[in-house]
Design a protein around this ligand. Structure first.
Ligand code: LMR
Length: 414
């Protein structure tokens, strides 16, 4: 039968989900999962947020609760409140009806929708710039859609800091109207975010070339525990009208509400001026893409998130939950760094606490990462990215000692 298909070859496993599968298969009882970015509690267990538990109870007690289809656009109260989480209650973009929101299959679904939409309708450029490095899925999502994927420098490996000069140079040299994908906060995989001053410079440069911004917002509230702080570049660009082109935001509630498998997310397109005809046209085209691909969005996760966002008590609880998660991760960063410094592990380790969000870009080489997995049962991505959420008081000592061992025994550039 092989002759009826052409160019059909087996692909290697996905780097992140392949890693997860290897971890699951490993029978060592003290194995440690620092791979996929999913929050774990201090016992290494998945955590259902207290706000989510309360929302589920509230939903189940609602006599009108059902599993009917949503509209093609999705759950309106979810979309309206999701936009406010991103832009703030008083955002002029919301008040002036300059925003089109469509529910998506979490952040990846939103990115895919953005790619399909831009490929079809954006006429200035098909060049999309992603950071180097970035989340592995970015490149393949846009390449698969036939966009021209290019990179901008981001991480300076020798200084373990932002390559702002390289970033700005690329912005300035790109064809006007190119698409720039920006991580709104908690950059994946480096854990390195621009400072507010650096963001201002980046936004100014993007505006001067009339590039369009695609924000990937997958970790709002996770980096600092503060929804407003983590939305800095989004609110700056939109609410202060720094950017005069349309802006697209891909929003995921996988991490900040722990809705990983429920695929609750949205795409928001913000127009520079009110134009109800254009709003309606965009909405209808997004609807068509959704109708063809998934018919209508899944409802359960959106209902949970919407219940939290539209109930002041639950919203308060959610904010507490964000602090619980972000502060435990910050604590673990400090623990790991302290232990490595106590062990005198060669190299410097301040970057672990300087970085933010779910991940630390440890600086470990692929060879060192391989040894961590084989010899110590500690799993992280070969780039050296560690999901700090996988650390806890019971395993951080083991992890520090294992890192110390591999750094001493596997030749590296550290
Ligand atoms: C990650 O980067 O680990 C997460 O965003 C999970 C994923 O889907 O890749």
């Amino acid at each position: 039968m092989a002759e009826v298909f052409t160019n059909l070859t087996e692909l290697p496993p996905d780097p992140l989900f392949g890693l997860k599968a290897r971890y699951t298969k490993d029978s060592r009882s003290d194995k440690v999962d620092l791979g996929i970015g999913a929050y774990r509690d201090n016992n290494g267990k998945p955590w259902v947020l207290p706000a989510v538990k309360l929302a589920e109870k509230k939903l189940q007690n609602d006599p009108n609760y059902n599993h009917e289809y949503l509209s093609i656009t999705g759950l309106e109260p979810f979309l309206n409140s999701a936009a406010k989480v991103l832009l703030g209650e008083n955002s002029p973009a919301i008040k002036e009806n300059r925003i089109i929101s469509q529910q998506s299959l979490s952040g990846t679904g939103a990115l895919h929708l953005a790619g399909v939409f831009l490929k079809k309708f954006y006429n200035k450029s098909k060049d999309i710039y992603i950071s180097s490095p970035t989340w592995a899925n970015h490149k393949q999502v846009f390449e698969t859609l036939g966009l021209n994927v290019k990179t901008y420098p981001y991480w300076n490996n020798s200084t373990k800091s932002l390559d702002l000069k390289g970033f700005l140079n690329t912005i300035n040299n790109a064809n006007p109207g190119s698409i720039f994908l920006l991580h709104a906060c908690a950059h994946n995989p480096t854990g390195l975010d621009p400072t507010e001053t650096q963001w201002n410079e980046i936004l100014k440069a993007l505006e001067s070339k009339k590039h369009i911004i695609l924000f990937d917002s997958a970790y709002q509230g996770f980096a600092s525990g503060d929804l407003e702080k983590d939305a800095y570049p989004i609110r700056k660009a939109i609410n202060e009208k720094i950017i005069s082109s349309p802006i697209i935001i891909c929003q995921s509630f996988a991490k900040n509400v722990g809705m990983y498998g429920e695929r609750a997310g949205a795409i928001h397109i913000i127009l520079p001026t009110t134009d109800s005809k254009l709003n309606n046209a965009i909405k209808s085209q997004l609807n068509l893409i959704i109708r063809c691909e998934i018919s209508n969005p899944p409802s359960y996760g959106a209902k949970i998130v919407s219940t939290i966002l539209n109930d002041s008590e639950l919203y308060k609880q959610w904010k507490k939950d964000l602090i619980t998660m972000s502060s435990r991760i910050i604590k673990m960063r400090h623990e790991l760094r302290k232990k490595l410094e106590q062990l005198g592990t060669p190299g410097t380790w301040n970057h672990i606490t300087d970085q933010t969000g779910m991940f630390s870009f440890t600086g470990l080489t692929p060879e060192q990462v391989e040894r961590l997995e084989k010899k110590h049962g500690i799993y992280l991505v070969s780039s050296g990215r560690a999901s700090v959420a996988g650390l806890n008081e019971h395993n951080v000592d083991k992890v520090a000692k294992a890192i110390d061992e591999v750094v001493r025994n596997v030749k590296s550039k550290l």
